[in-house]
Design a protein around this ligand. Structure first.
Ligand SMILES: Cc1cc2nc3c(=O)[nH]c(=O)nc-3n(C[C@H](O)[C@H](O)[C@H](O)COP(=O)(O)OP(=O)(O)OC[C@H]3O[C@@H](n4cnc5c(N)ncnc54)[C@H](O)[C@@H]3O)c2cc1C
Length: 273
């Protein structure tokens, strides 16, 4: 087996793009993924801003299959640490150790949580961060979506196909989402908007029964979907890994792809020096 030139950590779009760029430059590449290929968009049913009409899962799996045929090795393993050892990198996973000449850390981001009373206890019992996974459980239900960015609106518009009403809880005085999303929500009588509002607590016995806002108002809902931004996963920063994608800067799929390609080109250039 050829020794590895490049290890890519993360099978989101930034990692897949990095592996694609590196293998096209003739490097021996392995990609490690500990969750779902596609990362943040693995459950998104209809991607926006992507040239083809595909789901996140279709995009990632189609891409992965093509890269596997081009020679990229895929490992379903969690990378615990990357250590520099002279000019080599030692990649320690939950299953073993690998040596590579360079590492791209495309470890992405996690959805932020509210951190309010009731959120943790009711997660999976009405509190969710995946409308594309859970909307079917909220047919004809009253639900709240927390957030005013693209992800919140994209998921809320999907929920609108199932729920009876959607209360958008928005921290600011306007949406940050692209105008097309806002216009669709505003035109749908199922939507109501609670501006300059924050969730203080989520209540319910065995399942969500309502949320209380910071100003004391209470909304009777049986579902709460939380999309209030991202926390980058930077656990592998340093030790000579090239960071790429949402681990470095939140943005669109296209930006994550471009950043993955950039990181792979920088890694390839470093190997030639
Ligand atoms: C709900 C939602 C919907 C979105 N919809 C769109 C859209 O329609 N159009 C658009 O342009 N953008 C969209 N975005 C933005 C888009 O998701 C991001 O730009 C992009 O997915 C970032 O890709 P990434 O590869 O950098 O990170 P991620 O997608 O987070 O992928 C990182 C991957 O690394 C893996 N990983 C992390 N640490 C390790 C480790 N130690 N070992 C092994 N594997 C590890 C994770 O499991 C994950 O699969 C959306 C974002 C969200 C949150």
């Amino acid at each position: 087996m050829r020794p590895l030139d490049l290890v890519v950590v993360g099978g989101g779009v930034a990692g897949l793009a990095a592996a694609d760029e590196a293998v096209s430059q003739g490097l021996a590449v392995a990609l490690f993924e500990s969750g779902l290929y596609g990362g943040l968009v693995s459950n998104v049913g209809a991607l926006d801003g992507w040239p083809a009409a595909v789901s996140g899962s279709e995009l990632a799996h189609g891409w992965k299959d093509r890269l596997a045929a081009a020679g990229v090795r895929f490992h379903e393993e969690h990378v615990e640490a990357v250590r520099a050892q002279g000019r080599r990198r030692i990649v320690k996973t939950d299953r073993g150790r690998y040596r590579a000449k360079a590492v791209v850390a495309a470890t992405g981001a996690r959805l932020r949580r509210l951190g309010v009373p009731g959120e943790e206890a009711l997660t999976g019992r009405g509190v969710s961060q995946c409308a594309f996974c859970d909307a079917g459980f909220f047919r004809d239900a009253d639900v709240a979506v927390v957030g005013g960015g693209d992800a919140a609106l994209q998921e809320a518009l999907h929920l609108a196909g199932y729920a009876r009403s959607i209360s958008m809880i928005v921290r600011g005085g306007r949406l940050r989402a692209r105008p097309g999303y806002g216009a669709r929500a505003a035109a749908d009588p199922k939507f109501s908007f609670h501006w300059n509002s924050e969730v203080a607590s989520i209540e319910g016995e065995g399942g969500v029964e309502g949320v209380t806002l910071a100003d004391g108002r209470r909304l009777e809902v049986s579902g709460v979907f939380v999309f209030i931004g991202l926390e980058p996963v930077t656990a592998l920063a340093g030790e000579g890994a090239f960071a790429a994608g949402a681990a470095r800067r939140a943005g669109s799929l296209a930006e994550a792809v471009a950043d993955g390609q950039r990181a792979a080109r920088e890694a390839a250039a470093a190997l030639r020096r």
